[in-house]
Ligand binder design. Structure first.
Ligand code: NOJ
Length: 534
């Protein structure tokens, strides 16, 4: 089909997000590694995904489990060796899978040689690689900026008498992206990995990259309520989403373009009207996929979800390609947020919307957040923000089977396993034709079989009560998706088109082939994909 050839791989792809510490441990130390991932490539191919994105695997003191990098050009021994990564990339490519790495440009580790030099003396040439400022007249921090991870965003360095900025932990000093030398060095990091076959990057915390040059105070948030983290007391007007970011993203895109078909995905939590500016202008393209977290944040009600989809779709220009996410390593898992029954509906939504879906490892098993006893909590946010603020619960090991380490490790897993791992694991669900895993796989098989699900237009269809309905349309093919967000049986009818066709897939995996002649009956918490007859 001529039309199909225009699509880039990252538009057609389903991305699978791996938290490497928790996916598969090959050496029994209780922490996942690259060789573990490599040994699971057959599983990923069987599941039907097209690309893996690995949370950071670079050298790191692990203050923030890899999001504090001390060498961008090497692999941390926790995860293996440089050769392990090369082998993983080669073996993934041999199976037709793309490999996306996680680039953390906003900050380095405080153990990065650049920062060690920067803090060594005020007149060191690297001083300007980070953001240093004199104390306020009272000796306190230079301004009121807050760290997202609690407290002031400034840390005093007694040896040189100045403060440095850290948007996250104090072990994660912010780079000064206004400095052309920083830009050049960091763009070289991208080139280094692109040359070694990496297919793209997820760019961490990208909307924080540039801060106000005059270090002006952030204004007070009039909507702040004391139940929110203290970071929310101020509006991050001068610390995020600054206009100069776009020039830098344009340069990153030029680097990516020079290597052919590569993808840049950005982590951005902003209102959708701001989010879409990160695609860039028609002639100055920036990110291929600014992550769209709408489904991760919206209250799970048919009306609210429908409005979030329609708002996003309406704001995209013809050049902008949509994308969707249900969970990640920073937020409660989808099964915890919406419940297991609705997690099946959410899966059907993820794979039938227009745009590139990203799966978070374990969601395909319906994995929930795992309660972690205080003594086993590892996330530093438990200390810096307070008990309960940690993100460990959504980062627990992947359960592969019912053996003592769940097939994840032969040792002691670094975080507890899900208590139901004996029954909720890959081996059990692979054998069960109605399992969540089977639903994910069937949805991915259907996406491959029905290009309309990938490239077709999206058209919302009015639906009553708890139902969400939309059409996907491309030349000669029309699929209707109807999702029941409620716990009651509902019947979908419409006057917009003739409702006649055949069920291709239902979330309960027992209705394929059913002929629909008028109304479509949805059981509680059920979704259906129907191929409409012309
Ligand atoms: C966003 C990442 O997703 C999160 O895990 C990390 O802690 C912060 N950025 C800081 O890098």
């Amino acid at each position: 089909m001529e039309e199909e050839r225009r699509w880039h791989w990252w538009q057609r792809a389903v991305i699978y997000h791996i938290y490497p510490r928790s996916f598969a441990d090959s050496n029994g130390d209780g922490v996942g590694d690259l060789e573990g991932i490599r040994r699971k490539l057959d599983y990923l191919t069987w599941l039907g995904i097209d690309a893996i994105w690995l949370s950071p695997i670079f050298r790191s003191p692990m203050a923030d489990f890899g999001y504090d990098i001390s060498d961008y050009l090497d692999v941390d021994p926790t995860f293996g060796t440089f050769e392990d990564l090369e082998r993983l990339i080669a073996d993934a490519h041999a199976r037709g899978l793309k490999v996306i790495l996680d680039f953390v440009p906003n900050h380095t580790s405080d153990q990065h040689p650049w920062f060690l030099e920067s803090r060594s003396r005020r007149d060191h040439p690297r001083r300007r690689w980070y953001i240093w400022a004199d104390p306020a007249p009272d000796g306190g921090p230079p301004n009121n900026w807050r760290s997202i991870f609690g407290g002031s965003a400034w840390e005093f360095d007694a040896a040189t008498g100045q403060y440095y900025l850290h948007t996250f932990l104090k072990e994660q000093p912010d780079l000064n992206w206004r400095n052309p030398e920083v830009q050049a060095a960091m763009l070289d990091v991208l080139r280094f990995w692109f040359t070694r076959g990496v297919d793209g990057f997820r760019l961490d915390a990208i909307w924080f990259l540039i801060k106000d040059e005059e270090l002006r105070d952030n204004p007070v948030n009039p909507e702040y309520t004391p139940d929110q983290p203290s970071y929310r007391e101020l509006l991050p007007v001068y610390t995020s989403d600054r206009p100069e970011i776009h020039e830098i993203l344009f340069r990153m895109r030029q680097v990516a373009n020079a290597f052919g078909e590569r993808v840049l995905i950005g982590e951005i939590y902003l209102p959708v009207g701001r989010l879409v500016t990160y695609y860039g202008c028609p002639h100055r393209r920036e990110l291929h996929l600014p992550f769209n977290f709408a489904l991760l944040l919206v209250p799970w009600e048919a009306r609210r979800v429908g409005a979030a989809i329609d708002t996003y779709e309406a704001l995209l220009s013809p050049d902008d390609w949509p994308n969707w996410v249900l969970s990640n390593h920073d937020r409660p898992r989808v099964a915890t947020r919406v419940g297991e029954a609705q997690a099946r509906v959410a899966a059907m939504l993820l794979f039938t919307l227009r745009g590139t879906p990203t799966i978070y490892y374990g969601d395909e098993l319906g994995l929930s957040d795992v309660p972690i006893p205080p003594e086993r909590r590892r996330d530093p946010l438990e200390q810096t923000i307070g008990p309960g603020a940690g993100r460990d619960s959504c980062r627990t090991p992947m359960p592969w089977d019912d053996s003592s380490g769940a097939g994840f490790t032969t040792g002691e897993p670094w975080l507890p396993l899900n208590p139901d791992y004996a029954t909720r694991n890959v081996a059990v669900q692979r054998k069960d034709p109605r399992s969540m895993l089977s639903l994910y796989r069937e949805l991915l098989i259907l996406r491959r079989a029905e290009p309309v699900l990938v490239v077709g237009r999206y058209r919302p269809v009015p639906a009553p009560d708890d139902l969400l309905a939309f059409l996907r349309e491309a030349a000669g093919r029309r699929l209707l998706v109807v999702l029941n967000f409620g716990g009651h049986e509902r019947t979908f009818t419409t006057s917009r088109f003739t409702l006649r066709g055949q069920v291709l897939l239902s979330t309960s995996l027992d209705r394929a082939g059913e002929i629909i002649e008028s109304g479509l009956v949805l059981r509680p918490n059920e979704g259906c994909i129907v191929a409409l007859r012309e």
